[in-house]
Design a protein around this ligand. Structure first.
Ligand code: 2P0
Length: 329
């Protein structure tokens, strides 16, 4: 069998070498049905499918320029060539760019820093789109998503806007593992971020995921959880059924955290405030306010609610950062 990465490279069109710059934007995304665990770590093939919602104008904007040497600035600050961020990004670009091309990259995250949202999804999705702009490509959307996936699994979803589903696929070469847009964001749907800590995570999500798959007996139940949750969430998105969406998304996130806590050494991202906020969400629901929580690989919560209850949610969580999900202009 041809190496799967070489196969993907063979599908890339000829590069237009007349352009000197490329520019693009990609939104961050929050999974409502989570991606947790790979069946192939090199190709970033997931064990299960997942479904996310993109965060409109909160994401990564990137400009690539032909240069004498590779260089990277992040929000205006130079990133050292021996740093992990630099090496990971350029190793990824090496899969796609002309080997003779050096690039100076300016990357800007438009995600509020205090929101503590991971930026790898929007960064790798944006890098693919910026290379497309540099080389004057118009890639088939599935190939764009597959390329982004090689950078970071969740980036496969960030090449699209709105509600997006990443199909797990079953092929060993991953050519059937890509994301597709499912539906636009509905106008009444709301997401807010409850920041508990902005400190770097004790364990990165790639390592945490691998540790869970390797050591957590509970992980065996995870594909069954997704088998139940993913079709329900998909249906709820299409029907604008907020309650089913909220309940299933919260259950899915808590089940994901349960698998991590059951690994060894344990991965416990929660801080005392994480639990306190979850209890508040549950108390408010018991009092009749339809608000739900989801959590990613960190201690911060994302609250799900609708426009109708926005004022009540904000009154109960004054520190909530509301995310405007309107697609980028
Ligand atoms: C997600 N997360 O579906 C899940 C939920 C975090 C919790 O995707 O190893 O940075 O680069 O494929 O995509 C974060 O993991 O991991 C993630 P890699 P990624 O959004």
């Amino acid at each position: 069998m041809t190496d799967p990465i070489q196969h993907i490279q063979s599908l890339l069109p000829p590069r237009n070498t007349r352009r000197d710059t490329g520019e693009a934007y990609a939104p961050a995304n929050i999974a409502l049905c989570k991606y947790w665990g790979k069946r192939d770590t090199r190709l970033k093939l997931p064990v299960t499918g997942s479904l996310s919602v993109s965060l409109g104008a909160h994401g990564t904007r990137m400009t690539l320029r032909r240069a004498e040497a590779d260089a990277l600035t992040l929000n205006g600050e130079a990133v050292a060539p021996d740093s992990r961020t630099f090496r990971r990004l350029f190793a990824f670009l090496d899969l796609i760019r002309d080997p003779a091309h050096r690039l100076a990259i300016e990357s800007h995250n438009t995600i509020p820093i205090a929101a503590g949202l991971a930026s790898s999804a929007s960064a790798f999705a944006c890098a693919v789109k910026a290379l497309e702009s540099l080389y004057a490509w118009n890639l088939p959307p599935q190939l764009r998503s597959i390329l982004a996936r090689l950078g970071s699994g969740s980036a496969s979803r960030s090449v699209f806007e709105g509600f997006v589903e990443w199909h797990a696929g079953s092929s060993p070469d991953g050519m059937d593992s890509f994301a597709e847009p499912l539906a636009p964001v509905w106008p009444e749907f709301r997401i807010g971020i409850l920041t508990v800590s902005e400190a770097p995570k004790p364990v990165g999500s790639t390592e945490a995921m691998e540790r869970t798959v390797r050591t957590a007996p509970l992980y065996e139940a995870w594909p069954k959880q997704v088998e139940h949750d993913l079709p329900r969430i998909r249906r709820a998105v299409l029907d604008h059924d907020f309650i089913t969406l909220g309940e299933t998304a919260e259950h899915n996130a808590l089940a994901m955290h349960a698998t991590m806590i059951g690994s060894w050494p344990p991965v416990i991202y929660w801080l005392p405030e994480t639990t306190a906020h979850l209890h508040s969400v549950h108390r408010l629901r018991a009092e009749g306010l339809p608000v739900f929580a989801t959590l990613d690989a960190g201690p911060n919560l994302k609250l799900l609610y609708t426009a109708e209850h926005e004022a009540d949610v904000l009154r109960n969580f004054p520190m909530l950062i509301q995310i405007d999900q309107n697609p980028t202009p």
